[in-house]
Design a protein around this ligand. Structure first.
Ligand code: SF4
Ligand code: SF4
Length: 170
């Protein structure tokens, strides 16, 4: 679904807008729609993500539509939009806050992100150990390459990560 489709069915949610604005250190209301963010957006080239429209949607309180769509998850987090913004509106920071809100509200979080969290809890890395293929098409694991074992995350790390991931009480 495109941002334009979303806006055609949108309803303002003032409470969620306040949450999204309070949680970031950006100046959304300074945005004057110059589109410098969108003109340099990495994902725009592939996925038509338009950060200037996301800023406008948040200003209009159309948060539900953003967090239930897949749009906020197509961002590559390259931070170019925030670097290019002359008004400190920081679209990438805003997208991070929207993702956190989506997670808190259990709204349409892509399976791949949840898998990353469970892998970090299990093995301490964002993906499990992989085997590698040599130029001669031989396959090796870490042990065969004389690499040390990767240590599993400890209980303190796991508990702290779970605390960080637990939605805040209102
Ligand atoms: S967020 Fe910044 S760069 Fe993007 S349109 Fe607004 S002022 Fe311009
Ligand atoms: S951080 Fe996301 S929205 Fe900003 S330029 Fe990169 S891909 Fe686009």
């Amino acid at each position: 679904m495109t941002v334009v489709d979303l806006m055609s069915e949108a309803k303002m949610n003032v409470e969620l807008r306040s949450k999204a604005i309070e949680k970031g250190r950006y100046e959304l209301y300074n945005c004057f729609q110059c589109m410098r963010c969108t003109s340099g957006c990495t994902s725009m080239k592939l996925l038509e993500l338009k950060p200037h429209q996301i800023v406008t949607m948040v200003k209009l309180g159309l948060i539900d539509e953003l967090i239930t769509s897949g749009i906020i998850w197509t961002c590559a987090m390259c931070l170019k939009c925030t670097e290019r913004c002359p008004q400190d509106a920081a679209p990438s920071d805003l997208i991070t806050v929207l993702r956190n809100l989506a997670f808190d509200m259990e709204a349409n979080v892509p399976e791949a992100y949840l898998k990353v969290v469970s892998t970090v809890l299990e093995v301490g890395l964002i993906q499990e150990e992989q085997k590698v293929t040599s130029r001669d098409f031989e396959i090796y694991d870490r042990k065969e390459l004389n690499l040390p074992k990767i240590s599993k995350p400890g209980e303190i790390f796991k508990n702290n990560l779970l605390i960080l991931l637990t939605p805040e009480e209102d």
